[in-house]
Write a protein that binds this ligand. Structure first.
Ligand code: NAD
Length: 494
């Protein structure tokens, strides 16, 4: 079935049936899982519930395809990736509609962010791989020439989460394929549809069979089988810290290469000279874009005391105006991804209440006056909380939803200490006017990325990743090579 023939209006009685993609063929599975439309709470797709049988087949095909794919030149491989990028761009509308329906994000956001970024992932890694493979030096006094060659690792297992489904999965597929590996992917069972669509595009552009394989299903069945497979040489995982910790242990036992992109508890720091007319809209984005379901979203805000009251009052006022509703409409926020996730987010708001906090805004679904089909959707309004101690679970643990806690601070030293006082270290955003002060703070934060007077501006050439329990490893056009290739030094004495 071509992409254009896929019926995105499928429903409970006629769900979309997703297939595994193994060895260049779309194959059915003996068992299926229900996948829910977060706007309505109805089943809209069925996802293969794969286990070790499907994973074995996929890994076997990837292993067989590896000698052929890895012996192509970087430029030859890049040509396939560019074709996939073009194909994603041509199918922007349907991919964005599917991503929105599956994940809950506004269609407009998927069109502006997720799908263009998926295309950019293929384009950027295709272009960069042609220039990044080898380095050399010489030791003239010993008559030696040293150089290194990078070789693909083999079969890569790529496991991704539900928040930016195609965006994050392609950030793994593109570098792995560009550098000559064959891949077996296991997307999140909560949002599998656009990964399946990508396989259709890859097949249409003639990507050789076995190079890209997609096995759908749960972490416990398909995921476990994949990370434990003896013929998998490298694992790239993006997801929660707990699952990442487990995957790290499995990888260590069999000495597989591994990269872990995990959770965060990101802080915004608003200094007393910050320009609030710029900070407020940017902070609303950083807290609530994609329903707050971005690992880089701000979930703690520290505001210097002289501007604390004004900041809180203006942020609450503008947040109350945000439109929440069905993601097909012109809204800022759609529903959360699942009932389970909605309950998790609500449980943190309850913890905040028990810890004596003030909930300044964040009405429940009833107050949204949603039309009938959406009454059972997983909607929640963006929530702002004040009055919590740093020790509260809401200030320490990842909530991963549209909830932010705000607290005042007095000195630079104090805020640095409080921002660093969590187990995570993914990113921070610092706002102010004095370059000296901003840089002094940025250098002392224990995080992988600091944005100064901005948020979520990403160049794929820059290393991306987290410190502490936010992960191990960095991804980017040159940094992903560390994971997906092995380097051999060759010392040639004349
Ligand atoms: P999750 O860890 O529950 O699942 C992620 C993926 O791992 C899914 O495909 C899941 O099926 C699979 N999985 C689960 N158990 C497994 C197992 N035992 N073996 C193999 N695979 C297994 O995470 P999630 O709920 O899908 O995503 C949310 C989390 O992802 C948040 O913590 C968020 O911060 C994190 N995240 C991090 C980044 C980053 O770049 N650091 C980006 C996006 C999301």
């Amino acid at each position: 079935m071509a992409l254009s023939e896929i019926n995105l209006l499928s429903d409970n009685s006629n769900p979309l049936v997703v297939e595994n993609f193994i060895g260049g063929n779309f194959v059915k599975c003996s068992k299926y899982l229900d996948s829910y439309n977060p706007s309505t709470g109805e089943v809209w797709a069925q996802i293969p519930d794969s286990d070790s049988n499907e994973v074995d087949e996929a890994v076997r095909h990837a292993k067989n395809a590896f000698p052929m794919w890895s012996s192509k030149t970087a430029a030859e491989r890049a040509r396939f990736l560019i074709k996939i990028a073009e194909s994603i761009e041509e199918n922007l509308e349907i991919l964005a509609a599917a991503e929105s329906r599956d994940q809950g994000k506004p269609v407009a956001l998927a069109k502006r962010m997720d799908i263009p970024r998926a295309a950019l992932n293929f384009r950027a890694f295709a272009e960069s791989i042609c220039h990044h493979l080898n380095i050399s030096n010489s030791i003239p006094e010993m008559g030696c020439l040293n150089y290194t060659v990078r070789k693909p690792v083999g079969v890569a297992a790529l496991i991704s989460p539900w928040n930016l489904p195609l965006y994050l999965l392609t950030f793994k597929i593109a570098p792995a394929l560009a550098s000559g590996n064959c891949v077996v992917c296991k997307p999140s069972e909560v949002t599998s549809v656009t990964a399946w669509m990508l396989c259709k595009l890859a097949k249409d552009v003639g990507l050789p069979d076995g190079v890209l394989n997609m096995v759908f299903g749960t972490g416990l069945n398909a995921g476990e089988a994949l990370i434990n497979h003896k013929d998998v040489n490298v694992i790239s995982f993006t997801g929660s810290t707990n699952v990442g910790r487990h995957i790290g242990q499995i990888a260590a036992k069999s000495i597989k290469k591994v990269s872990l992109e995990l959770g965060g508890k990101n802080a915004g720091i608003i200094l007393d000279d910050a320009d609030l007319s710029k900070v407020i809209p940017a902070t609303i984005n950083s807290c609530f874009l994609n329903q707050g379901e971005i690992c880089l979203c701000t979930s703690r805000i520290f505001v210097q005391r002289p501007i604390y009251e004004e900041f809180v009052q203006r942020l609450v006022q503008e947040t109350k105006n945000l439109k929440v509703g069905p993601p097909t409409e012109d809204v800022f926020m759609g529903p959360l991804v699942s009932q389970l996730h909605l309950e998790k987010v609500q449980s943190y708001i309850n913890i905040a209440r028990e810890d004596g906090a003030t909930i300044l805004c964040g009405e429940t679904v009833d107050e949204l006056s949603l039309a009938a089909p959406y009454k059972k959707g997983y909607f929640i309004r963006p929530t702002i909380i004040t009055g919590l101690a740093d020790s509260s679970a809401c200030m320490q643990e990842e909530i991963f939803g549209p909830v932010v806690c705000i607290s005042p601070f007095d000195t630079e030293e104090e805020v640095i200490e409080r921002v660093n006082n969590v187990k995570y270290g993914l990113c921070s955003a610092v706002w102010g006017q004095s370059g000296e002060r901003l840089l002094r703070i940025a250098h002392k934060l224990h995080v992988g990325t600091v944005w100064i007077n901005c948020w979520l501006i990403r160049s794929l050439d820059m290393p991306f990743g987290g410190m502490k329990e936010s992960g191990i490893g960095r991804e980017g056009t040159s940094h992903s090579l560390e994971l997906y290739t092995e380097e051999t030094t060759i010392c040639y004495k004349f």
